[in-house]
Design a protein. Structure first.
Length: 124
């Protein structure tokens, strides 16, 4: 198949629903930004671990701050409470591991119960 034909054929399966409103634009902006900044952080770690470069903690702080900035865009777009998310994350991790990491528990976690916690529907 040549590229022109591929472009015609692949367009048939493209979603034509993409007409982003402001919320969708912000969600995409935040998601792309987090991914980009995480890639920059990962690249720094790669250079430190595999190329024996100094660990630049100042740069790491910058990248983490940038990730938080993009997270704030998503939090605002969805009207989410960051502290609630942190609390739910700890509740989920306690459900999964108890008080400390366990490799077996990581493999055998109950995703349905974890989802209930995140939805605020945990059963004791």
């Amino acid at each position: 198949m040549d590229i022109k034909q591929y472009l015609l054929e692949s367009e048939k399966t493209n979603s034509h629903l993409f007409n982003p409103d402001e919320r969708a634009k912000n969600l995409l902006h935040g998601s792309i930004g987090i991914s980009t900044e995480a890639g920059e952080l990962l690249d720094h770690m790669k250079k430190h671990i595999y190329q024996d470069r100094d660990l630049d903690v100042v740069n790491i702080k910058e990248e983490l701050g940038d990730i938080m900035w993009y997270m704030a865009i998503i939090l605002r777009a969805l009207n989410l409470d960051f502290e609630e998310i942190l609390d739910l994350n700890i509740q989920k991790l306690r459900k999964r591991y108890g008080e400390e990491f366990d490799e077996q528990k990581a493999l055998l976690r109950d995703l349905d119960e974890e989802r209930k916690i995140l939805e605020g529907k945990e059963t004791k």
